[in-house]
Design a protein around this ligand. Structure first.
Ligand code: RIB
Length: 298
């Protein structure tokens, strides 16, 4: 039976500009191709789930402004249920200023309403969740609220996936509440200076069942008790890596909700993320199921 996906996290309007290199302190330089598009790690992951056909619910907060309206409309357009997203008066929606240089991005966030998310928002989102459903979260909201939400999801017997981005020093306290941790090399190194094998073993010893280290163009490594499986990245010409990690997490969750094994879901997520990096922007670059099927055969 298909499971539902519940995403708890951030919504941002992304303000994107390309630049040939980074300006020095006090320097002004010209960029090109400015555009805005809906983003935020939570919303990106929810959009990926929705576009890939999962029954998806999102919880979080936006401000009572035009960015907030656009962010909500974007999610609804992908079939995501937004009933648990709170609109906060007198507060701006989250924004991300994104500088894209040679296919890589640098992001400055003003969290706005994302910083005002509360435990009650998580409770509201989880009202419709049941045993075996997937709970997916990140760290662009207050870490203690995310920790509360993970514990609440665990109590309901959900499968809890944490993408600890951006990394937060306090996250270690909550790691035993997740079943799967999906993180990149920078985030992994911020949890300890050990090798992949030793670092993953430490995480598994906390009770985490699956540790997935994403390696960008080089693919990913999946560690479970007694086994490490690494897979190559799907070769593509990268234009903009924004939301590649979010697409990976969303596609993984959607695929697990469909009943796929973790191994199958990871392979699917790898293909979905590869398509995202071939296009500019966050939510506008996330593929549909049909696109992934047409290009890679599912
Ligand atoms: O992961 C990409 C996202 O990070 C962007 O959409 C931006 O909003 C930031 O939250």
């Amino acid at each position: 039976m298909m499971k539902k996906v519940f995403v708890f996290g951030s919504l941002n309007m992304d303000l994107v500009v390309n630049s040939p290199c980074l300006p020095q302190a006090g320097e002004t330089m010209y960029g090109t191709g400015f555009f805005t598009n809906p983003g935020g790690k939570g919303a990106n992951q929810a959009v990926a789930c929705g576009r890939l056909g999962a029954e998806t619910y999102m919880g979080g907060a936006v401000g009572a402004d035009s960015f907030g309206e656009t962010l909500m409309e974007g999610l609804k357009g992908c079939g995501v249920n937004t009933g648990a997203i709170r609109v906060i008066p007198d507060c701006s929606s989250g924004i991300a200023v994104i500088l894209v240089t040679e296919g890589d991005n640098r992001i400055i966030l003003d969290g706005g309403a994302n910083g005002r998310v509360m435990a009650e928002d998580a409770d509201r989102l989880l009202e419709r969740a049941g045993e075996g459903d997937i709970f997916l979260c990140q760290l662009e909201n207050p870490v203690e609220v995310i920790g509360y939400a993970m514990k609440a999801a665990r109590r309901r017997g959900m499968y809890v996936i944490l993408n600890p981005a951006p990394m937060h020093v306090m996250v270690s306290e909550y790691l035993p509440c997740c079943d799967m941790l999906v993180l990149n090399e920078t985030e992994f190194s911020m949890l300890g200076k050990d090798s992949l094998a030793a670092g993953s073993r430490r995480l598994l010893d906390m009770g985490i069942r699956d540790v997935v280290l994403t390696l960008g163009a080089k693919g990913y490594c999946h560690t479970t008790r007694g086994e490490i499986v690494c897979a190559e990245g799907v070769p593509v010409k990268a234009v903009d890596t924004t939301a590649a990690g979010d697409t990976f997490c969303g596609a993984l969750a959607a695929s697990l909700a469909e009943g796929k094994t973790v191994g199958e879901a990871l392979q699917f997520a790898n293909k979905a993320a590869a398509i995202t990096v071939t296009r500019r922007g966050a939510q506008c670059s996330i593929p549909t199921f049909q696109e992934i099927f047409d290009r890679y055969g599912g």
